[in-house]
Ligand binder design. Structure first.
Ligand code: GLA
Length: 730
């Protein structure tokens, strides 16, 4: 049993294989957080572990009149604005009488096997009820008639606990929800660093680690998408935590829109940690009888550093967030024409690119932007999803047939959520865009955003996608989204619902994706948003892979993919070999380095292979064969981040298959140094006492030698790579 309630001591115990999460009932009313960390099996009384004393400036509790508590220091499991706790609450609402006070009291609980779905939202899942237990706690405010149902699932199969919250309005009046966090934990102390993933276009998910300050700090998105700027992920790590040792708590939000995640440290050094939909410009009208479901947070505690945390996340994302046929199968090596041609192509050119690629072993030809309307640049035609006959005289079906006749699969780019002002769609439906009624909307990349909170717009998207995917043998779709959402407003909604639009947009998008993906289960979908601007757990529930960044430079990708791996497995990261000098950086790296970096992701090419030298073509042929051999290992193995490019001039990743039979080591030098002695690299995760044979040289090493003394790498040139394979000796 992963979840139990100790009725005598009034403690809820959630346990995963190596971790325990405890909270308890104090005075039968307050839900107080007790502990999250290494597994604990002993019993205790909540009075012995929860501080509920009186300090200066304490108030009498409204819920237990006559009794004084320092509510400002109590570790609430789901704090509200409505008592003497003046920290940032997890819940804030406005009632019809003008009051904004909510006083939740414990009202009951139930424990069930498995894990329920969240209405309208992506979430981690189970395939068998034995994989997890779920606890639902009801907190109720009798005065306002509002209940909060806190949902916790503890997995038996990995060290993951999920949390989410559902709010129900039992009253006869309308309630306005201002802030509903999905998760809140009041940690006992503040001796942590805050680790998060920040970035921008072409430089997504770089790692930053800063000490907690007293007061409030955090990250968020107000851009309508999870964004390039901050990822809906953070970790709290002890000062001495490294990749392979020390305590760390990781949090990831299964949501793709505006989010907030932060920490509020009070004068007693209690760290209040929270994550959820951003309350900035958010308000939700909850009518009598209605419910509001907040998205899910995935939590992982690791006593053994960041790598263990990431491995737990990876396992969950690979097998219990990603879905569909491609979750478990190999995926085709693709070629995408974007960096090869941009908008300047025709059928002949695409067929030629495909042919050259096919000869070298590429399996899927993806036609990117520019195939529809009259789109010869990015200032028109989004919304007009019919082929440009000037470029493609035989349409998409004619081109797709030529490609599939060659024995390749065919894939196509769409940006379904957008519309260009210069498009037939916009001329017919100018009111279909997101805009604050009667105010002009900003353009981004010369385009507007369709209002997915509207059913007619959603039906239109499902309609044209269904038509296009049914009319030709399309086995892959790149679903792009190339601007931030600004001035989110809807012509369809009343004025008091305008601040619901950003969340309604996400619910609408999730509904559209669910419909299309269940209609076309054999199509591989790859998400994209100007590269990795919506790379989050919410999107991975629909697309099993995401274009990691528009920056295809091998060196920049080392940083981006390394940072991305904090939460996301390599199986989700689209990574391509592109031309040199690189189009984003102007940097020239060898085709070996470019391929070795891309092989730590969903591998493909994004250049005209016909333009390569005979020697490079031979290398491409060999790379594809090599990738096909290692694909299943890289994407299902335990990943170890051995050397960080953020802290050194090198980067190394190791992949150890679950049975510890095969080990892959990727080692990169960024800038070489002259006359330099070799670097040593110690491996991790090997089987104790086993021997491993290095495939290229046939040399056999003891695992303790590889783990403690290590292997040597020469780093005297810029942009070098080396990939080594070790097999366990039988
Ligand atoms: C975005 C994507 C690119 C490409 C272009 C096409 O920037 O990230 O990969 O598809 O759009 O316009």
């Amino acid at each position: 049993m992963a979840i139990s309630f100790d009725a005598e001591h009034k403690v809820f115990n959630l346990s995963t294989p190596n971790t325990t999460y405890l909270f308890g009932l104090f005075k039968n009313k307050f839900l107080l957080h007790i502990y999250y960390g290494k597994k604990v099996t002993g019993s205790f009384d909540i009075k012995d572990v929860c501080d509920y004393g009186v300090r200066g400036f304490s108030a009498e509790s409204v819920l237990t009149p006559g009794e004084e508590y320092s509510e400002n220091d109590m570790p609430f499991e789901f704090p509200t604005y409505g008592n003497a706790d003046m920290r940032i609450p997890a819940f804030h609402a406005k009632y019809e009488d003008g009051s904004t006070l909510t006083r939740f009291m414990f009202a009951g609980y139930k424990i069930t096997k498995g894990k329920p779905k969240l209405k309208g939202l992506p979430a981690a899942y189970v395939e068998d009820d034995s994989e997890s237990d779920t606890l639902e706690i009801e907190l109720k405010d009798e005065e306002t008639g509002i209940s909060a149902f806190l949902l916790y699932t503890a997995y038996n199969t990995c060290d993951i606990i999920t949390r989410s919250v559902r709010i129900k309005n039992h009253s006869q009046s309308n309630v306005k929800l201002d802030r509903v966090m999905s998760m809140n934990i009041d940690f006992h102390d503040n001796n942590f660093d805050f680790v998060h993933l920040h970035g921008g276009w072409a430089k997504e998910r770089h790692i930053e680690r800063v000490p907690l300050m007293r007061g409030f700090m955090g990250v968020d998105s107000k851009r309508g998408a999870s964004s390039h700027v901050h990822n809906p992920f953070f970790a709290l790590a002890r000062k001495n935590t490294t990749e392979s040792s020390g305590d760390v708590y990781g949090f990831g939000l299964v949501y793709s829109g505006n989010f907030v995640a932060g920490v509020d440290v009070n004068p007693e050094d209690i760290s209040r940690v929270f994550m959820g939909i951003n309350d900035f410009n958010f308000e939700w009208n909850l009518r009598a009888g209605e419910e509001f479901q907040a998205p899910e947070v995935i939590m992982c505690y690791s006593a053994d550093g960041f790598t263990k945390m990431s491995q737990n996340f990876h396992r969950l994302v690979r097998k219990r967030i990603c879905r569909g046929k491609f979750r478990d199968t190999t995926r085709p090596v693709l070629i995408n024409n974007w960096e090869a041609t941009y908008f300047d192509f025709n059928e002949e050119k695409i067929v030629a690119i495909a042919k050259a690629a096919k000869e070298l072993g590429v399996e899927l030809m993806v036609l990117d932007d520019g195939w529809f309307g009259k789109r010869n640049n990015d200032d028109c035609s989004l919304g007009d999803w019919y082929p440009d006959k000037n470029k493609l005289p035989n349409g998409i079906s004619g081109l797709a047939k030529k490609i599939t006749d060659m024995g390749m699969q065919f894939g196509l780019w769409f940006e379904p959520e957008m519309v260009s002002p210069d498009s037939d769609l916009y001329r017919a439906h100018p009111d279909w865009i997101l805009a604050t009624p009667s105010k002009p909307a900003s353009l981004g990349r010369h385009q507007y955003i369709l209002d997915l909170s509207r059913k007619d717009v959603r039906d239109y998207i499902v309609g044209f996608m269904t038509e296009n995917l049914s009319a030709a043998p399309i086995s892959y779709v790149k679903w792009d989204m190339n601007r931030s959402i600004t001035e989110a407003g809807s012509a369809m909604l009343d004025k008091e619902r305008q601040q619901e639009v950003s969340h309604r947009y996400m619910l609408g998008l999730y509904e559209v994706l669910e419909t299309i993906m269940s209609r076309f289960p054999d199509v591989l979908f790859e998400g994209c948003s100007g590269g990795g601007g919506r790379f989050d757990l919410g999107m991975l529930y629909y697309y099993p892979q995401f274009w990691t960044s528009d920056d295809t430079d091998a060196v920049e990708r080392m940083y981006i993919q390394y940072g991305t791996s904090m939460l996301y497995p390599t199986s989700t990261m689209g990574a391509h070999v592109s031309a040199v000098p690189n189009h984003q950086m102007g940097r020239t790296t060898s085709i070996d380095v470019r391929a070795d970096v891309a092989m730590m992701g969903r591998f493909g090419y994004e250049l005209d292979l016909a333009k390569l030298s005979a020697e490079e073509k031979e290398k491409v042929r060999e790379q594809i064969i090599r990738y096909k051999k290692i694909e299943q290992i890289v994407h299902n193995a335990d990943m170890y981040r051995l050397v960080s490019p953020f802290d050194s001039n090198n980067m190394a990743m190791e992949f150890v298959s679950e049975d510890k039979e095969t080990v892959l080591v990727f080692y990169f030098t960024i800038l070489g140094k002259p006359n330099r002695r070799p670097e040593r690299l110690c491996l991790e995760g090997l089987e104790n006492g086993a021997k491993y044979e290095e495939s290229e040289t046939g040399r056999v090493f003891d695992s303790d030698v590889l783990s403690n003394i290590g292997i040597q790498f020469v780093c005297d040139h810029d942009f070098q790579s080396r990939v080594m394979t070790f097999k366990k000796v039988k």
